[in-house]
Design a protein around this ligand. Structure first.
Ligand code: FES
Length: 63
């Protein structure tokens, strides 16, 4: 039985991913992740595709 993965959109912030996923970039390289990480959706992270907290300083507002 596979583990259920949860992706939770944080208000005015990242997308929190919880669970074991295979995360592959546009070149087919596997990006190592923990079982709990956050994806940037504001475009301001210096660690894309991961969130580095820059959305707070940038004042990101989700539509
Ligand atoms: S959502 Fe956190 S840095 Fe972009």
């Amino acid at each position: 039985m596979s583990e259920k993965v949860t992706m939770r959109v944080k208000p005015n912030g990242s997308i929190r991913v919880t669970g074991t996923v295979e995360f592959v970039d546009g070149d087919g390289n596997v990006i190592e992740t923990k079982t709990d990480f956050s994806l940037c959706r504001c475009g301001h992270s210096k660690e894309k595709p991961m969130c580095d907290g820059s959305h707070r300083e940038a004042g990101f507002q989700a539509e």
